[in-house]
Design a protein around this ligand. Structure first.
Ligand code: 9D3
Length: 243
């Protein structure tokens, strides 16, 4: 239909976050780029406290694991009540993303996919684990990498940060995103320098002072490729160096 593009977005992306620590997000959301994006209405972030969905007045959200063992496990009822309630707050169906160490590793390709959605719901755990049945709520489970966090909150913040910077109007033309997207795609950045021309015996490469823009562009491309080969052979499409 000509009057509405199928891929179009007529409302800003909405991100709902379900967490036991909503206050942990406030500072991050007020920070420069995210704060401006929120104030300018390019994204909407709604925080929900999982504890508000507990069955009892004390706000219990975890319990001992069946079969024994250390630690506590996030209970089904608060998680299901929270996700179902929050899903109903907006007619758009949110893609439900569970932040878990067992999730798919977050990549820029997944970030681009998420940035193209109408609505996301990020569910953070903060215990030794979730009741396994909570996974059935999720469309997707994400991890941000192979290291241990104390909870899903910092992972959710990373997802929000990476997604929001891709939304239309969030970054100015000053950002490297333009160059990144066609010029040195998939490579690490080339070395950069500013004044002074010499600092503690370390000189700025002569080529950058030459004014020869073709030569500078070639040098930067070579440096980016070489640096990527040495540091991230996986990105350069080559076998990694010996450890
Ligand atoms: C006894 C607990 N752990 C065994 C090593 C399991 C565990 C459960 C929950 C470890 C960490 C966490 C909290 N982390 C997350 O919820 C989390 C996470 C992470 O730790 N690393 C990378 N990505 C993510 S996304 C969510």
């Amino acid at each position: 239909m000509a009057w509405q593009v199928a891929e179009g977005r007529d409302m800003p992306l909405r991100i709902d976050v379900i967490t036991l620590f909503p206050e942990a997000f406030r500072g991050v959301l007020e920070s420069s780029i995210l704060g401006r994006a929120l104030r300018e209405g390019r994204v909407e972030v709604v925080l929900a406290n999982l504890r508000d969905f507990a069955l009892d007045a004390r706000g219990t959200v975890d319990d001992k694991p069946f079969g024994g063992g250390p630690g506590m496990v996030l209970m089904c009822e608060p998680a299901f009540r929270a996700v179902e309630h929050v899903q109903g707050l907006d007619p758009r169906r949110a893609l439900v993303v569970l932040l878990t160490p067992q999730g798919e590793r977050l990549t820029q390709a997944r970030v681009r996919d998420l940035a193209g959605r109408q609505r996301l719901m990020l569910v953070c755990g903060h215990y030794e684990g979730f009741d396994e049945r909570i996974r059935t709520l999720a469309d997707l489970e994400l991890s941000i990498g192979d290291y241990v966090l104390t909870g899903g909150e910092p992972a959710a913040m990373a997802v929000i940060d990476a997604v929001v910077r891709l939304l239309p109007g969030v970054l100015g033309a000053e950002d490297a995103a333009s160059e990144e997207s066609f010029n040195l795609a998939g490579l690490l950045e080339y070395p950069q320098y500013t004044r002074p021309r010499e600092f503690r015996g370390m000189a700025v490469p002569e080529v950058l002072l030459s004014g020869n823009h073709a030569q500078i562009a070639r040098w930067r491309a070579e440096q980016a490729l070489e640096r990527t080969r040495r540091r991230r052979a996986d990105l350069a499409g080559e076998a990694p160096d010996e450890k």
